[in-house]
Design a protein around this ligand. Structure first.
Ligand code: UT7
Length: 330
């Protein structure tokens, strides 16, 4: 009998821009202070992609190139590239296609997937299904956002949390029971009122009026999102453990979306995980939306061991949220 094929993460790449935007820099732009930002969010600084004409693909491409280099993978071998982002280079064509062109992945098909801060989890589950079906052998999933392109630096409650960055993973077939083992994904469009961009879509196309009204920025009612995020991320992570007959003791790492340290702490507590088992880099990168989870994997890659059970967990605009159980394969 054929063994069941799962999709294993077999390589990780990442990229963050050089330029830092510290809390002290923000003090000079909006009415805020370092202490408030650190105690309310856990963030000290974020990275910002500066330079005329640079977009998300300019962070995603180096992340994928690094992944290829580490794995010894020729980009021509990539079958499919999924780019998870809310800040595409352009509304169309898909940023995935631009990334494929930049890295020379001439044999890949690519598409963008938009699920805000949960984008990477949605992309991972989608990419894993392509592998599990047997149709494709090498799928790259990139989570990337240039949040600085849609952040209103006059809105002190929102601008302080976001930053720019990209992370990427390679998915390949595995017959030893390692890889993406389970995923719970959820969405609830009624939450869109609390976190959205008012203009620039088909409902309200860009006009002089929409620009003047600052409607092309991310609009967030932070407190409302916070309440849903704490419950959503913790609930789904606990449910994932329960339905796989696991407890916090069985989990080597929690890899949470990095939106607010208080949301991360609540999720870890609910799963019965001590802080030492939680990947946290929010202090230096802030919230890079679809980039947070793969950027954690990128930073902690050397500490992950073959056979480790890890839980990836996210909550974001849409609302979208979810949790994914992974058995590390290398
Ligand atoms: O990743 C996608 C999903 N997004 C999230 O998960 C984000 C969830 N939300 C949050 O993380 C938090 O709501 C924020 C960090 C965005 C805001 O923190 P908060 O504790 O919810 O602040 P708040 O908006 O309730 O404001 C509390 C107070 C207010 O003052 P008053 O009315 O109590 O006098 C604000 O005006 O803090 C004030 N405030 C600030 N003060 C200094 C808001 N922003 C700032 C600031 N600096 N940057």
């Amino acid at each position: 009998m054929n063994k069941k094929v799962t999709a294993a993460i077999t390589a990780v790449g990442g990229y963050v821009p050089e330029d830092k935007l510290t809390n002290f820099d923000l003090e000079k732009i909006v009415d805020t202070n370092d202490e408030w930002i650190r105690t309310r969010t856990g963030i000290s600084e974020r990275r910002i992609l500066k330079g005329e004409g640079l977009g998300s693909s300019d962070m995603a491409a180096p992340a994928v190139i690094e992944l290829c280099r580490k794995k010894g993978l020729d980009p021509l071998e990539i079958d499919c590239l999924i780019c998870c982002t809310v800040t595409p280079d352009m509304v169309f064509p898909a940023t995935a296609n631009i990334i494929c062109d930049k890295i020379g992945a001439k044999n890949a098909f690519g598409f963008d997937l938009q699920a805000a801060c949960s984008g990477f989890l949605y992309g991972l589950t989608t990419g894993a299904s392509f592998i599990e079906s047997g149709r494709y052998k090498k799928v790259v999933v990139v989570g990337v956002d240039k949040m600085s392109s849609i952040v209103d630096y006059q809105d002190r409650a929102t601008c302080i949390i976001f930053g720019d960055g990209a992370g990427a993973v390679l998915l390949e077939p595995n017959e030893d029971g390692e890889g993406i083992l389970d995923s719970i994904l959820r969405s609830d469009g009624s939450g869109s009122q609390f976190l959205h961009m008012k203009a620039g879509g088909s409902k309200k196309p860009a006009s002089i009026e929409t620009v003047m009204a600052r409607e092309h920025y991310a609009y967030q009612e932070g407190q409302a999102v916070f309440k849903f995020a704490v419950k959503g991320m913790a609930d789904v992570s606990a449910e994932l453990l329960e339905r796989n007959n696991l407890t916090g003791d069985d989990i080597a790492w929690l890899v949470p979306h990095q939106a607010n340290l208080r949301i991360i702490d609540a999720t870890a507590n609910r799963m019965g995980l001590p802080k030492e088992k939680v990947m946290i880099n929010i202090q230096k990168f802030g919230n890079t939306t679809a980039g947070t989870i793969p950027l954690c994997l990128w930073e902690w890659e050397n500490q992950l061991k073959k056979g480790d059970h890890i839980v990836l967990s996210a909550f974001g605009g849409g609302f979208t949220w979810g949790a994914t159980l992974v058995k590390w394969a290398y």
